[in-house]
Design a protein around this ligand. Structure first.
Ligand SMILES: NC(=O)c1ccc[n+]([C@@H]2O[C@H](COP(=O)([O-])OP(=O)(O)OC[C@H]3O[C@@H](n4cnc5c(N)ncnc54)[C@H](OP(=O)(O)O)[C@@H]3O)[C@@H](O)[C@H]2O)c1
Length: 341
């Protein structure tokens, strides 16, 4: 074990979308443990669109990360030292371990045990982490898809969106995707089971959406909000469901951006618009991960990981996902097993 804990801390808050310069390195000694804690050696750090909200003022579900603190992040680490009998040295865990080499964690920071038998431990951050479990629960419980319905997904080729597309297809729906490049459109059609997909940079006018969803939209799985949502809402069918899973297209909620009024569409089409936060559903992780792992091992799910190497790349990786540069679940690998990267 090195004596130093490399850490990425928040230097100052972003104006809108974060840039690498919002963060800085602040190395400290490896933390000491109290009774009940474990020392995690982080291997993979998660890069999540939600991290923009976690460091920004505005409408959030948790207090923002204080300036000077380690960047809040999910991570997969292995137990290096334990003062808690529930956790054994060497076991892999997924939880709130931050953008740093080592984390002194209590039980409340652990979300799930990562099972190497279910595949590479990096899957614990994505397919078996909040991406896969969110896709499964938000689609099935809020969207309640029925065979033959049309499901439209924004960020269709991303970590969450690619799983939503595949699950909706499994459930017999017609699945359409909105994504940010022609290459991702090809990926949606060739790999993720979408029946149709559109690069929204090529235009999102009514004829384009009519061609994408000729029978309207029964479930809009919305990861972006913004101009994409403004274009899609008028295409909602009677008794349609809008699953609000993310707001990736809105750089800042302070002040909240103006949008067309939607109440008349809600009223006349009898729509249901519901927000989903995965952290309300942590008790569901083991059962959902078991199901996802079964499909994965049968070869019935495609999941891409976009892995950068080196702790210092984490801030730039966060900025890059808001340029749509990631191809699958974005993460940063910070060890080669034992050595720091
Ligand atoms: N509610 C929850 O509990 C929960 C849990 C996990 C994730 N989420 C949400 O799910 C969404 C997807 O997350 P993910 O981890 O799977 O990320 P991801 O889709 O793998 O990557 C983010 C993608 O967002 C799109 N994007 C970024 N900036 C955009 C903009 N200005 N306008 C339109 N699209 C933009 C880009 O895709 P394109 O190239 O296709 O535009 C980018 O690749 C996010 O909104 C995230 O916050 C919610």
């Amino acid at each position: 074990m090195t004596a130093t804990n490399r850490r990425i801390v928040l230097d100052h808050r972003p104006e809108g979308t974060p840039v690498a310069g919002n963060f800085r390195r602040d190395d400290q000694p490896v933390p000491e443990l109290s009774d009940g804690q474990i020392l995690l050696r982080n291997h993979y750090l998660s890069i999540d669109p939600a991290q923009r909200g976690w460091i920004s003022p505005g409408v959030n579900f948790a207090d923002p990360v204080p300036v000077g603190d380690v960047m809040r992040s999910l991570a997969v680490g292995s137990v290096a030292v334990t003062r808690n009998a529930k956790y054994a040295i060497g076991e892999f865990l997924y939880g709130w371990f931050g953008w740093q080499d080592y984390c002194a964690a209590g039980e409340a920071q652990v979300i799930a045990r990562v099972q190497p038998a279910q595949g590479p431990v990096s899957l614990g951050l994505g397919l078996y982490g909040i991406s896969g479990v969110t896709a499964y629960l938000a689609l099935t419980e809020l969207g309640r898809p029925r065979a033959g319905e049309t499901v439209l997904v924004s960020t269709a080729a991303g970590a969450v969106g690619s799983i939503v597309g595949q699950l909706a297809r499994r459930l017999g729906c017609r699945v359409a995707g909105l994504t940010g490049s022609d290459d991702k459109v090809r990926q949606c059609l060739a790999e993720f089971g979408y029946h149709a997909a559109l690069n929204y940079h090529n235009g999102l006018d009514a004829p384009a959406l009519q061609a994408l969803c000729p029978h309207g939209v029964d479930i809009f799985f919305d990861n972006t909000s913004g101009a994409i949502a403004d274009a899609v809402w008028p295409f909602m069918n009677l008794r349609g469901r809008i699953v609000q899973c993310g707001t990736a297209a809105v750089a800042s909620w302070d002040p909240a951006p103006l949008a067309p009024r939607r109440e008349r569409i809600m009223l006349t089409r009898r729509l249901r618009h519901e927000g989903f936060i995965i952290f309300d559903h942590l008790e569901r992780f083991p059962a959902v991960v078991t199901q996802l792992a079964r499909w994965q091992q049968e070869g019935a799910l495609v999941f891409h990981e976009d892995i950068e190497t080196g702790l210092d790349h984490a801030p730039g990786a966060l900025a890059a996902i808001f340029r749509g540069e990631n191809r699958g679940k974005k993460m940063v690998r910070i060890t080669n097993g034992t050595r720091a990267l």
